[in-house]
Design a binder for this molecule. Structure first.
Ligand SMILES: Cc1cc2nc3c(=O)[nH]c(=O)nc-3n(C[C@H](O)[C@H](O)[C@H](O)COP(=O)(O)OP(=O)(O)OC[C@H]3O[C@@H](n4cnc5c(N)ncnc54)[C@H](O)[C@@H]3O)c2cc1C
Length: 286
């Protein structure tokens, strides 16, 4: 196995593009190294991106935030400006594994690992986050929900990597929240999860919303019907009920030892409603 740790994005892309066998990006390694140790993958090339300076930065830009692909989750939970603007994203990043895991792992790695239960992905999808992709044909930007296409599979082409995650600028009176259900308090994978991001007007009426669910389908779901159920309302009980119904209706979960189809479908509604309430309060709604 060839291990490379380039210092520029261009060099990383060039290595990945020229690779003869299987090539993997290494960010925090908290998924990749576990899969290598378990014998599930045997890369011919590993390209470590942690030495690329521009990928280790969180930048506040005119259009929001840019989170480099090598920034560990611990740096996100310690970033006050990001926490103020996007508390839901930060709480999702702060749920991944443990402090030790968060010292290494990245939200880009969480996204590109393409696990249906990845914690930061519903929060990013609800936020309307975009991924900056660099590849042999140059740079492109796409919504994060278009990157995972199935368990363990992404839409990234040969030689491409995620360089950064872009979060939009925060509109006034907006809030987001992320919640997951796990059978214990930490170090577990979400059985169901929900991310909600919304904006309200001066009267407390929801003017925009995005609702995303995790672990209830092969990829994270952006549930437009759930958002529609609360737009134009003050998040009263009837609106919350409709939100929950839309969330449950969108679920296509599997039955496994972690949760049944029935359980996941029911809990998706509960979490979506709770996350919406938290996001509403964070937006300044009463
Ligand atoms: C003990 C433990 C507990 C965990 N708990 C959780 C949890 O609670 N919630 C959760 O969601 N996950 C959990 N995980 C899984 C893992 O920590 C996360 O998915 C993490 O965010 C992965 O990030 P990473 O930077 O370590 O990714 P890596 O392991 O470095 O990469 C993961 C995959 O993405 C690819 N990749 C990485 N970065 C890029 C990039 N920039 N461009 C293109 N491809 C890329 C890699 O090639 C690899 O296939 C846990 C793992 C462990 C070991």
């Amino acid at each position: 196995m060839q291990y490379e740790a380039p210092e520029t994005t261009k060099a990383a892309v060039s290595l990945l593009a020229k690779a003869k066998g299987s090539a993997y990006v290494l960010a925090g390694g908290s998924d990749l190294l576990v899969r290598m140790k378990g014998g599930y993958v045997e890369p011919d090339l590993v390209v470590d991106i942690k030495r690329i300076k521009s990928m280790r930065e969180v930048k506040k830009t005119a259009t929001g935030f840019s989170i480099g692909a090598a920034v560990p989750c611990a740096a996100l939970t310690e970033n006050k400006a990001l926490t103020k603007a996007w508390p839901g994203i930060v709480e999702a990043a702060g749920l991944i594994g443990s402090k030790q895991i968060q010292g290494r792992c990245t939200i880009s790695g969480n996204l590109c690992n393409a696990g249906p239960a990845a914690d930061s992905v519903p929060a990013m999808v609800a936020a309307g986050a975009k991924a900056v992709i660099q590849g042999p044909k140059g740079k492109r930007t796409m919504p994060v929900e278009d990157i995972p296409v199935g368990p363990g599979k992404t839409s990234l082409k040969k030689g491409e990597l995620v360089e950064a995650i872009l979060l939009p600028a925060r509109k006034p009176k907006s809030g987001d929240a992320y919640l997951r259900f796990i059978p214990r308090s930490e170090m577990d994978i979400a059985v169901v999860s929900a991310g909600v991001n919304l904006t309200i007007d001066g009267k407390g009426v929801v003017t925009a919303a995005r609702v995303a669910l995790g672990a209830v389908a092969p990829t994270v779901l952006l549930v437009a019907a759930a958002a529609k159920a609360i737009i134009g309302t003050k998040l009263d009980d009837a609106a919350l009920e409709k939100l929950g119904e839309a969330a449950s209706a969108a679920c296509r979960p599997i039955d496994d030892k972690r949760g049944t189809i029935e359980f996941r479908t029911k809990v998706a509604a509960v979490l979506a409603k709770r996350a919406a309430k938290i996001a509403y309060t964070r937006a300044g709604g009463k």
